[in-house]
Write a protein that binds this ligand. Structure first.
Ligand code: CA
Ligand code: CA
Ligand code: CA
Ligand code: CA
Length: 459
C-alpha cells in the first residue's frame, strides 16, 4: 500500500494571507513583540500598575472614575506584608482596554493617582532572538504567558525562558522525506550515527546500511538522506522539532538543542509499508545498538489500511522505549469511525496529533477522534525551514505550510524538551507528561483523548 505525507499544499499559500490579515486585527502586536524581546524594555500589554493616593478627597468614587477613563479592571490587589508594615497603600494591577502607554498617559496627572506604570517583564536571556520568533510569525511557539495575541501555541517560549532549550544528547528520528541537514538553521542539530564512519564504503556498525551517517534513505536505498528541494516536507518538519534557537537566523524549533536523524522513506510517489517498517526498525536498532537516547520518531504521514507488519514494528519501538508520534490525518475524518493509520494503531507508545489554528480552532482539514486521537497542536500556517533552489544551487529557505504534518513535530519537539529536563524518563512518562499538561480547548473537547492542546511550558 502507498503512504503519503499529511501536508495541505493548497491551503499553505492561503494560510499565509489569513495569518497576515489576522495580524492586522491586533493593534497591540508591537507590544506583543516587545514582551518577548529580552534585550529591550518589555512589559505586559494592556496592563498598568496603579497606586492611588490616600486621603479623603480621593475616595472610592474618584478611583472608580480614574479606572473608567482607561476601561480598567482590577486584576490583582497587591498588598504585601512589607507594604502593610510601612503603612503604605496597596498597588493595583489593572487590565485596560487601552494600550499600556495610552492608559498611563490618561492616568498621569490625575490628582488621585500617585503613579501609573507598565507591568515590566524581566526575562531570562535565553529568549529567542531568531527573527521569525521575535516578530511573532512562529505562533506555534508562543502561548498564554508569552504573547497575548498568540494564545494557542505550544508555550515553548515559556520553557525556553525557564532555561529548558533541549539537549544535544536527545535524539529524534524523522520518518518522512529526507531533510536538509546542512540547512543554516538545522546543521548544528544534525545528529549522526555514532557507530558509522562517513564515506568509507564500509558498514562500520554492521547494521546493514553502508555509510548511514545522517540516517538512511529507504526510498532510494542509499545513504543520501537529503536529495534536494523535494525533501521540503521533511525539512519543514525538522525545523519545527529542532530549528536552531537563538542564533539570530530564521526560526526556532520547539527544542533548540536536539539531535535529528532521518529515516527517509517518502519519495516523489509517497512511501510504502515495507519501507515504513524498515525505517521504524532502523531507529529501534540504532537505539539498542548504540545506546543513544532516542526518545521518539516523528511521523507526519499515513494512508492505507491496517498492517500487522507496521503494527509490530511500532510495537518493537515501544519495547525499546521509543515514542511513535503520528499525524491524525487531513481528511476532516472522525478517526474513531474510520481508523486512520498509523495514528490509529493501538500501540501504547503512539501519540496521534490533530491540528489547530492560531485562534484555537480545530483546523478545517484535521482529523479528530475522541478515543483515537490524543492531542491538538499548532498545524495551520506554520513557518519553518525548507530547501530552496536558486541559480542552480540548493539554499536554505523558509516557508509556511499547513497540515497535521505540521502539528506532529510540535509534539515531537515537546518530547525532546521533556527528555532533556528529565534524564532517564521512560517513554510512558514522557507521553504522560504531554497528555496531562494539555490545555483544555473548546474546539478539541470530545475530539481527542485529552480534549486539549499541547503545552510544553512546564517541561
Ligand atoms: Ca551502518
Ligand atoms: Ca561507513
Ligand atoms: Ca538518497
Ligand atoms: Ca534560528
Amino acid at each position: 500500500m502507498k503512504l503519503n505525507k499529511f501536508l495541505i499544499p493548497v491551503i499553505a499559500s492561503g494560510m499565509l494571507l489569513t495569518v497576515s490579515c489576522e495580524k492586522e486585527n491586533f493593534p497591540t502586536e508591537q507590544e506583543a513583540e516587545a514582551a518577548v524581546t529580552n534585550d529591550q524594555v518589555s512589559f505586559v500589554p494592556n496592563e498598568v500598575l496603579v497606586k492611588f493616593r490616600s486621603g479623603e478627597e480621593f475616595g472610592t468614587k474618584a478611583k472608580a472614575n480614574a479606572l473608567s477613563l482607561i476601561g480598567g479592571v482590577v486584576v490583582e490587589t497587591i498588598s504585601t506584608s512589607a507594604m502593610k508594615s510601612a503603612n503604605k497603600d496597596e498597588v493595583l494591577l489593572v487590565s485596560s482596554k487601552l494600550s499600556t502607554q495610552e492608559a498611563i498617559a490618561r492616568l498621569k496627572g490625575l490628582p488621585e493617582v500617585e503613579y501609573a506604570e507598565p507591568n515590566f517583564i524581566y526575562n531570562h536571556h535565553a529568549t529567542s532572538n531568531d527573527p521569525s520568533y521575535t516578530n511573532g510569525t512562529l505562533w506555534g511557539m508562543y502561548g498564554d504567558g508569552t504573547s497575548p495575541t498568540n494564545q494557542y501555541g505550544s508555550q515553548a517560549g515559556e520553557a525556553w525562558t525557564a532555561g529548558n532549550t533541549g539537549s544535544n544528547t536527545v535524539f529524534i528520528g524523522i520518518i518522512d522525506e529526507g531533510y536538509m541537514f546542512n540547512h543554516e538553521d538545522l546543521a548544528a542539530n544534525a545528529g549522526t550515527n555514532p557507530g558509522e564512519i562517513a564515506g568509507n564504503g564500509v558498514d562500520d556498525d554492521n547494521n546493514g546500511y553502508v555509510d548511514d551517517v545522517n540516517g538512511w534513505d529507504f526510498d532510494g536505498n542509499d545513504s543520501s538522506v537529503f536529495d534536494g528541494v523535494d525533501d521540503d516536507h521533511g525539512t519543514h518538519v525538522a525545523g519545527t522539532i529542532g530549528g536552531v534557537g537563538n542564533n539570530g537566523k530564521g526560526i526556532a524549533g520547539v527544542a533548540w538543542n536536539v539531535k535529528l536523524m532521518s529515516g527517509k522513506f517518502l519519495g516523489l510517489r509517497g512511501g510504502t509499508t515495507a519501507n515504513a517498517i524498515k525505517a521504524v526498525d532502523y531507529f529501534t536498532d540504532l537505539k539498542q545498538r548504540h545506546g543513544i537516547n532516542l526518545v521518539a520518531t516523528s511521523n507526519s504521514w499515513g494512508g492505507g489500511g491496517f498492517s500487522q507488519g507496521l503494527f509490530d514494528a511500532i510495537e518493537r519501538a515501544n519495547q525499546a522505549g521509543i515514542l511513535f508520534i503520528a499525524a491524525a490525518g487531513n481528511d476532516t475524518n472522525n478517526n474513531d469511525a474510520n481508523l486512520s493509520y498509523p495514528g490509529s494503531y493501538t500501540n501504547s507508545n503512539i501519540i496521534a496529533v490533530a491540528s489547530i489554528t492560531n485562534t484555537g480552532g480545530l483546523s478545517s482539514f484535521s482529523n479528530f477522534g475522541a478515543t483515537t486521537v490524543d492531542i491538538g497542536a499548532p498545524g495551520s500556517g506554520i513557518y519553518s525551514s525548507v530547501p530552496v533552489r536558486s541559480k542552480g544551487k540548493t539554499l536554505s529557505g523558509y516557508a509556511t505550510y499547513s497540515g497535521t504534518s505540521m502539528a506532529t513535530p510540535h509534539v515531537s519537539g515537546g518530547a525532546a524538551l521533556y527528555a532533556a529536563s528529565h534524564p532517564g524518563a521512560t517513554s510512558a512518562e514522557i507521553k504522560n507528561a504531554i497528555m496531562t499538561s494539555a490545555v483544555p480547548t473548546a474546539s478539541l473537547n470530545g475530539k481527542c483523548v485529552t480534549g486539549g492542546r499541547l503545552n510544553v511550558s512546564g517541561f
